[in-house]
Structures are given as C-alpha cells and as structure tokens.
Design a protein around this ligand. Structure first.
Ligand code: FRU
Length: 424
C-alpha cells in the first residue's frame, strides 16, 4: 500500500525534533533576540474592541499584499465591555484584565485597512453573525487569490471541536476604503486524526489550529502549516534520548515533561484550489519541550525554509524554559531536517522585566515582525499593569544563515505592503 506521502509525490519524512538540549540554550534578555521594551503609554487601535492575532493579507508565496494601494489586515477581535456589570469589580470599576482574559471564547475575525501600512481603520466583521459554524473564529490566514480580488480566508472554527476551515469572499476598494464581501459559505477542510495529530478525545487540552497555506517555492505545490499536538493519549508520550538530546550530566531528569507534546503540522492539497487536503506527519515536534507551537509560518529566503512559530513560558515542560515570543528553525528543504535558529530556537522573546508585553509574533518576508500588546507593567514592581489588546511596535529583524538579529523598531502596527495588486 502506498503511504500518503508517496501518493501525493511528496518525499516521506521524519519530523525534526526541538530537543530539551536545544531549549537549554535559550537565553532570555539576549539583546539580539529580545523585543525592545514596550512603553506603558502605548496608543490603542480601538476603545470598542480588543485585537490580538494579526493576519496581514498576503499571496500564496508569503508576500504581504496591498490592493489598489490599500493595506489590509485581519485580526482576532472581541468587544471590550467597560460598562457591562459582569466585568465590574467590587468597587464598581471595570476589570479589564478579566474581560481581556475571557476574549478567546468570543473571538471573531475582523478586518482593517490603511493607506500607510499603519493607523488602521476598522472595516468590520468578515463574516456576518451565524455564518461561522462554531462559537469561536480563531486564527488563520487571508490569501489574495487574484486581481479580481478573490480572497480565501483559512481559519479555525473552534467550540465545539476544532476544525480547519475556509471561506471565500472578495475584497472591494473605493477611494474611501475597503470592504469584504461574500464570505458566506464556510467549508470544513480537516480535523485532527488521532494517528498523527492529537484529538480532543485523547487530550482535552489538545491544540489543532492556525492554518497557514503556502506554495512551496521549489515544487510549486500547495501546502498548509498548522499547529498541533503529537497524537496519543495524554500522558502516554515518551521523552527518550532523541527528545532529550545531548544534555550535560545532571540534566537527564525530564520530570513531567511527557505532557508537553507540541508539533508543527503540515498538509498537502490534492487540488489546485485547496478544497481537498491530506495531512502529512508533523514537520517538527517538541515532545518533552513545549506544549504549544502556535501560528507556524514560513519565510523563504536564500533558498532556505525559515519556519517560525510562537510559544509561551507557561507551556514549557519541567526543567526547560524560555520567554513568550517567536521561535524559529531552518532547513534546506521543505521536509527538513530543521535546525533551531540561534542554537536554541529563540528568535524574538519578551524581556524578563515585561514577560507578557507582546505575543503572537508574525515574521514577514521583509524581516518585519508584527505582534500585539498583551500587558505592560505600569509600576516598578510589576503588580500594576495596563492591558493592551492593540498592535505592538513592529520590530525589524535580520535573518542570516542560522542566526537572527534584532536591528530596528518601527511604529505601532506597522505592516507595509511588499507588493500592490491593482484590481481589475
Ligand atoms: C495565539 C492563539 C492562536 C489561536 C488564538 C485564540 O495567540 O492562541 O493559536 O488561534 O490565539 O485566541
């Protein structure tokens, strides 16, 4: 019997491993891999909504694309409730932190537009209420398909379950702004299978989300990255020699790190339109290291595959740690082997004095890294914080061989286009 990988003309591959030894090399506060401090007096995009994961409109090759001179971003978005009795504390003050922490349950896809690649104007919801089949519209990718303005929005339909879906619509521009039309029929694509990717039945804390479709610059085929966990019942995973790596004496104890089972998944399309997909084994696994490798994405540069993914301090396993931020791996071919960038994988982490200042970093092919502000301390002790729910300053980064370097900082939410498409 032919394996899936043989059927689709894709080379069978072994997942690359992010090992505990690699993670031991993580150094928080290294200035070349640390995001500059975000000031507590940041501006907010909107007083009405929180935004977090930011998804620039792009083409299938990864280029951030404007249309008729308009830049467009999609964001996970939730209403702010400053006057809702549910979010008032005992003293009658707005408990913004609780409101912010509840946002995932009511996440919706919104879009914004701009002439300058910053100072975003709110466009509105992408799908009308009732179009998306589940309660939560979680992260994904908007793809501009052609100069007729057709857009495929891949995203994750969550609760109940977690299904990778897509919905097709169209971007329309005028001299005054941008609108999204259509986006009326959501097509389910696939769910975790329990053989390669962990299901909810195997682990109530499973992750299966964040589709990132792309055209492979070498074979020209349509693929998709996504976040997953390695299949198997929770607690059944083995953290063996391969997962531990080459550690110094005294570092063999893995504690309870068998509960950390993140992976970067990949699927290949059976058709040109990306309506029919086949999951392949993960590209990268982090068993024994970390439980979440979220929003995986590529930068194709110098003939190499730079794989980026975001992760948290709290999702690391026993005995290893690192800051919230974006981690990266590089390979000479799509299916690896992948080597952690900067030795450890850490590419851009929060400074230890402001561990939650930003998250959900997205590395664009021009080296700019966008993220959102989560919370920033407003006093010395860090007990008082200001909640963000808005765009962070963009960071400029250089990618060279197996290393990355922070080299610049730009305005809040600066996401300039790499190419412009004139709509017919
Ligand atoms: C990253 C993330 C995504 C998910 C979304 C849910 O910030 O956890 O993986 O799609 O946020 O709000």
């Amino acid at each position: 019997m032919k394996t899936n990988t043989e059927k689709f003309g894709v080379t069978p591959h072994q997942p690359s491993l992010w090992t505990r030894a690699d993670a031991l090399k993580v150094r928080a506060d290294d200035p070349t891999t640390t995001q500059p401090l975000v000031r507590a007096d940041f501006p907010v995009l909107s007083d009405d909504v929180f935004i977090w994961d930011t998804m620039p409109l792009r083409d299938l090759d990864g280029n951030v694309t404007s249309v008729d001179g308009w830049s467009v971003i999609f964001t996970l978005t939730a209403d702010r409730h400053p006057n809702d009795p549910q979010y008032l504390d005992e003293d009658g003050n707005y408990d913004i932190l609780r409101d912010w922490n509840d946002r995932h349950g009511r996440a919706k896809m919104y879009y914004w537009f701009s002439r300058t690649g910053k100072n975003w104007e709110l466009g509105g919801r992408v799908m009308a209420e009732g179009v998306s089949p589940t309660a939560r519209e979680w992260a994904g990718t908007p793809i501009l398909l052609n100069d007729r303005g057709e857009v495929d929005l891949y995203y994750t339909a969550v609760t109940p379950g977690a299904t990778i879906v897509k919905v097709r619509g169209r971007v329309v521009t005028t001299e005054h702004g941008v609108s999204m039309v259509g986006f009326e029929k959501v097509k389910p694509l696939f769910e975790a299978d329990g053989n390669m990717y962990q299901t909810e039945a195997q682990n109530a804390f499973w992750g299966f989300r964040d589709p990132w479709p792309f055209r492979d610059p070498n074979d020209g085929k349509l693929y998709m990255l996504f976040e997953g966990n390695v299949a198997g019942e929770r607690g059944s995973h083995k953290v063996g020699e391969a997962e531990i790596g080459d550690v110094p004496p005294g570092y063999e104890d893995v504690g309870n790190s068998r509960f950390q089972t993140a992976c970067v998944g990949i699927a290949v399309a059976r058709d040109a339109d990306g309506d029919d997909w086949e999951m392949l084994p993960p590209l990268l696994t982090a068993v024994g290291v970390n439980d979440q490798t979220e929003r995986p994405h590529f930068v194709f540069q110098d003939g190499k595959y730079y794989l980026f993914t975001i992760s948290h301090t709290f999702t690391y396993g026993d005995g290893v740690t690192g800051p919230d931020g974006v981690y990266g791996f590089v390979a000479d071919s799509l299916f690896g082997p992948y080597v952690p960038l900067n030795g450890s994988g850490l590419v851009l982490g929060n400074p230890s004095s402001q561990p939650f200042q930003t998250y959900s970093h997205y590395v664009m092919p021009n080296g700019l890294v966008t993220s959102f502000i989560d919370s920033v301390p407003t006093d010395e002790t860090g007990t008082q914080i200001r909640v963000g729910g808005t765009e962070a300053p963009t960071v400029g980064m250089k990618i060279k061989g197996q290393q990355t370097f922070v080299v610049a900082e730009y305005d809040y939410g600066y996401i300039p286009p790499m190419l412009d498409v004139t709509l017919k």
